[in-house]
Design a protein around this ligand. Structure first.
Ligand code: PEP
Ligand code: MN
Length: 336
């Protein structure tokens, strides 16, 4: 059940409504929906109180949606998410690029300069790395964040990095312009609730065996805590075929754009796991309606400490960007 409040309510009126909701044992959560404040508070279709006739309530919406805040039904417009000078959303195609992991300052700086020169908008780089084996390179951790911060200031690019543990949220937020929630944490509900309370865009990757509905329900966890700025990222799901690392589900792009108002981007690097397929699938992703791409780029891909097989060289990345720009142009989308 969602209550749409009348405009310009006083604090007393709002806290009275909150009080009534809490008396029924529900936890209200306030969101801004189409320039109106909405209180979302329960999955139940019926509650023993006539909220429709309550002072200050404009409308009661009984939603059959399992993810009402994420659903396209609640909002007439697509969500636009500002990151530095760029906007994730319906009119711009944005490119996130950089190494899988931050390995050293010198190298991160060189890669950042190269991807920026090629036309990338946002720099990626993992400091805390989720690795399948505890014996694999785990990332530089806090030192990786410090490097990312110095590089960000030097090259003047917004940055995205993964948050794996809520205990690292504060230091990560000091550096990151976007917090990445990785595939393995898509259903880490306590982490989702934490980033829901932070005023910073979140890139939510699809879980490696998550259905589209589960993915949207995870986004709902973040929105429900008050953070409306969620960018969804399709990064491939597990399949039976080991020719590619994962199966890039491009049908999820137009599907999710139908079901939700949130922007959707594609990460072909982790989906394919091999660099020779990154270009065609990047172009296909844009043609399918993705609002952007996230691509791993390395100065010496064969020497990368993580995910070298899927990393693009500078020249291959430049080739991808020039073709992405052409595809964006055919759809009248701006490539800023
Ligand atoms: C990453 O982007 O660095 C990463 C680990 O991706 P994923 O969570 O999709 O595996
Ligand atoms: Mn990687």
């Amino acid at each position: 059940m969602i209550l749409l409040l009348k405009k310009n309510l006083s604090d007393e009126q709002k806290s009275f409504i909150f009080g009534e909701i809490k008396k029924l044992g529900y936890e209200p959560s306030v969101q801004s929906v189409d320039q109106t404040e909405a209180i979302f508070f329960t999955e139940d279709k019926e509650v023993p109180f006539d909220f429709a006739n309550m002072d200050g309530v404009a409308k009661v919406i009984i939603s059959r949606q399992e993810y009402p805040l994420t659903s396209s039904k609640i909002k007439s417009e697509k969500t636009k998410i500002q990151v530095g000078p760029y906007q994730f959303g319906p009119s711009q195609i944005l490119m996130i690029a950089g190494p899988c992991s931050i390995e050293s300052e010198e190298q991160a700086l060189a890669i950042a300069r190269a991807v920026k020169k090629a036309g990338a908008h946002i720099l990626r780089g993992g400091a805390f790395k989720p690795r399948t084996s505890p014996y694999s390179f785990q990332g530089l951790g806090q030192e990786g964040l410090r490097i990312l911060n110095r590089v960000k200031k030097d090259v003047q690019m917004p940055v995205i990095t993964e948050l794996m543990d809520a205990r690292e949220a504060q230091e990560t937020c000091e550096v990151a312009d976007i917090l990445q929630i990785g595939t393995r944490n898509m259903q880490n509900f306590s982490l989702l609730k934490e980033v829901g309370k932070i005023n910073k865009p979140v890139l939510l990757k699809r879980g490696l065996s998550a259905t589209v509905k589960e993915w949207l329900l995870s986004a709902e966890y973040i929105l429900n805590q008050g953070n409306p700025n969620v960018i969804l990222c399709e990064r491939g799901i597990r399949s039976f075929d080991s020719e590619t690392r994962n199966l890039l589900d491009l049908s999820a792009v137009p599907l999710v754009k139908q079901l939700s108002h949130l922007p959707v981007i594609v990460d072909p690097s982790h989906a394919l796991g091999r660099r020779d397929l990154i270009e065609p699938m990047s172009l296909a992703a844009i043609a399918a309606g993705a609002d952007g791409l996230m691509i791993e780029v390395h100065d010496e891909p064969h020497k990368a400490l993580s995910d070298g097989a899927q990393a693009l060289s500078y020249s291959s990345f430049e080739a991808v960007i020039s073709k992405v720009k052409k595809i964006a142009g055919t759809f009248d989308l701006s490539y800023p």
